[in-house]
Design a protein. Structure first.
Length: 167
């Protein structure tokens, strides 16, 4: 694999595991992959060995596993009203539209959460998911009541005090 191909893969928005797979498919040595991605050799090995071990369990030989493709073949088409048309690639990946990536300030490794409900799939940021969880929990807490953290700390202190008297 030439240096331009390596640079494209390393600079892509793919996950680290996908970059490892793509570089390995280009016959880049594991130690070099680790150096290029700033990861430990063991991380690179775990990804590649995990893939190799999972392929036979699915009834597929190593030789039959298709080569990794690190880029979707179709760019998403952005439409008006915040609606985007995305096409599923042959390997099952969806590429997010640049407008969405910019709006959500996503970077490589950003966490998104998805929920399937009937025929609708909702995609939200990790921060939005956390806000929803906090709002859900908040409705079960007494309003203006004592801090649960303070109560927990007080309980732990009482436990320590009890244990020290028992000794």
């Amino acid at each position: 694999m030439d240096s331009l191909g390596i640079a494209r893969i390393v600079g892509s928005g793919d996950s680290v595991a996908n970059k490892i797979r793509a570089l390995a498919a280009g016959e880049v040595p594991r130690a070099e992959i680790a150096r290029l991605l700033g990861k430990r050799y063991q991380h690179v090995r775990n990804v590649l060995e995990g893939d190799r071990q999972s392929a036979p369990s699915q009834g597929v030989s190593e030789a039959e596993v298709p080569p990794f493709r690190h880029q979707a073949t179709h760019e998403p088409e952005v439409r008006g009203g915040g609606v985007s048309r995305m096409e599923l690639s042959d390997d099952g990946w969806l590429k997010l539209p640049p407008d969405l990536i910019a709006a959500w300030n996503l970077k490589a490794g950003s966490v998104l959460m998805g929920r399937l409900e009937g025929e609708t799939f909702e995609l939200i940021t990790g921060a939005t998911s956390m806000r929803r969880v906090k709002a859900l929990v908040r409705q079960f807490l007494p309003e203006g009541g004592p801090s649960l953290a303070d109560e927990l700390i007080a309980d732990r202190r009482r436990e320590v005090e009890r244990e020290s008297r028992d000794d």
